[in-house]
Design a protein around this ligand. Structure first.
Ligand code: NAD
Ligand code: TYD
Length: 349
């Protein structure tokens, strides 16, 4: 792998992955990061990488829905590997306005596959990042495995399921050397503060209400983002072509429990000015339509075949994440206020 096209590298997981690859892994080639810079994509997330890895890192602002542009980038940078993160990723937004999910997640993925297919001889690997949400919802028992039938319940998960099917089909039909990973809920540095964990950390810090959908008993299997990055790189290097691998954090928890843990850690660090426990801020609100009850991943295949397992525990991961948000309030203010847009005009042409 000499020239990896990373899509969505300015988003949460993509930025962590680029950072991991260049600073911690054995990768010695070049990363070409293609990102449209939607509200969720911040070039600032990799500003230090742009400065410190000029020989190994290129940023291109482009939309993966623009097929001609993507084709040109494959040629200009002799792309031999793809690691595809770019997506509309927030379930609540997909419920309110699914259009962009269909375009980016399905049409965008198709464009990338077509560009790769027409240069198949030079393609080493097309790795597609997907979600466990394609499998639907579990009851109290059981786990998602790689053979669990797809049953997506939100426009987001349906669009990701469509993209997974296209990627698999390009392998079966054209022999494109693909791998797919389906992971559980990620958390960690640089996550846009609309997802549960950063939203709760920031609201709790500021003494604002903590919205819990429904009864708060929905379960997610939390994966620390750095563990996700090591899993992806393991699969890209050693995964078997045409295969799917599930990635999980071995950290199942009800939403209400994780919110209470965050409240307790923040109280331990610094009480609210009126000395109220932060748990008092918890507010049960209307449930999300089609809200999946439980996700839980069986990652035996990745563990047994490629010897991967997560390093973080929920306790260490949450503490590190809280500390990151405490240390990066300016980043939070910028991405939330739109000030980031002004920042980018000042710092970049
Ligand atoms: P994110 O929303 O933080 O980042 C998405 C990135 O994609 C942004 O930088 C955005 O600007 C870019 N993008 C969006 N549309 C684009 C387009 N048309 N062209 C080019 N770039 C575009 O998302 P994330 O949380 O980092 O998720 C990354 C991938 O991982 C997604 O494919 C998502 O489905 C998957 N995933 C995420 C989670 C999670 O918990 N966050 C869990 C499972 C799977
Ligand atoms: P989210 O972070 O949106 O991820 P996903 O929907 O992909 O799992 O939500 C995680 C869980 O937290 C999910 O069960 C919905 C719930 N949730 C709340 O209870 N309140 C909130 O404000 C948000 C954003 C999510």
């Amino acid at each position: 792998m000499k020239n990896i096209l990373v899509t969505g590298g300015c988003g949460f997981i993509g930025a962590n992955f680029v950072r991991y690859l260049l600073k911690e892994s054995d990768f010695k080639g070049r990363i070409v990061n293609v990102d449209k810079l939607t509200y969720a994509g911040n070039r600032e997330n990799l500003a230090d990488i742009e400065t410190d890895f000029q020989d190994q890192y290129v940023f291109i602002k482009a939309d993966i829905c623009d097929g001609a542009r993507i084709d040109g980038i494959f040629d200009d940078y002799s792309i031999d590997t793809v690691c595809h993160f770019a997506a509309e990723s927030h379930v609540d937004r997909s419920i309110v306005k699914p259009d962009a999910f269909i375009q980016t997640n399905i049409v965008g993925t198709f464009n990338l596959l077509e560009s790769a297919r027409s240069r198949q001889k030079q393609m080493i690997r097309f790795h597609h990042i997907s979600t466990d949400e394609v499998y639907g919802s579990l009851g109290r028992e059981g786990y998602f495995t790689e053979t669990t039938p797809y049953q997506p319940n939100s426009p987001y998960s349906a669009s990701k399921a469509s993209s997974d099917h296209l990627v698999r089909a390009f392998h079966k039909t054209y022999g494109l050397p693909i791998t797919i990973s389906n992971c559980s809920n990620n958390y960690g540095p640089y996550q846009f503060p609309e997802k549960l964990i950063p939203l709760i950390i920031l609201n709790a810090l500021d003494g604002k209400s903590l919205p819990i959908y429904g009864d708060g008993r929905n379960v997610r299997d939390w994966l620390y983002v750095r563990d996700h990055c090591t899993a992806i790189w393991t699969i890209m290097k050693n995964g078997k072509t045409g295969e799917t691998y599930n990635i999980g954090g071995d950290s199942e928890m009800e939403n209400i429990a994780i919110v209470e843990i965050i409240c307790d850690i923040l109280d331990e660090k610094n009480r609210l000015s009126d000395n109220r426990p932060r748990k008092d801020l918890i507010t049960f609100v209307d449930d999300r339509p089609g809200h999946d009850r439980r996700y839980a991943i069986d990652f035996t295949k990745l563990n047994k075949e490629l010897n991967w397992s997560p390093e973080a525990t929920l306790e260490t991961g949450i503490r590190d994440t809280i500390q990151w948000y405490l240390d990066n309030r300016k980043w939070v203010d910028r991405v939330k206020s739109g000030e980031y847009q002004a920042w980018i005009k000042t710092h970049y042409k």
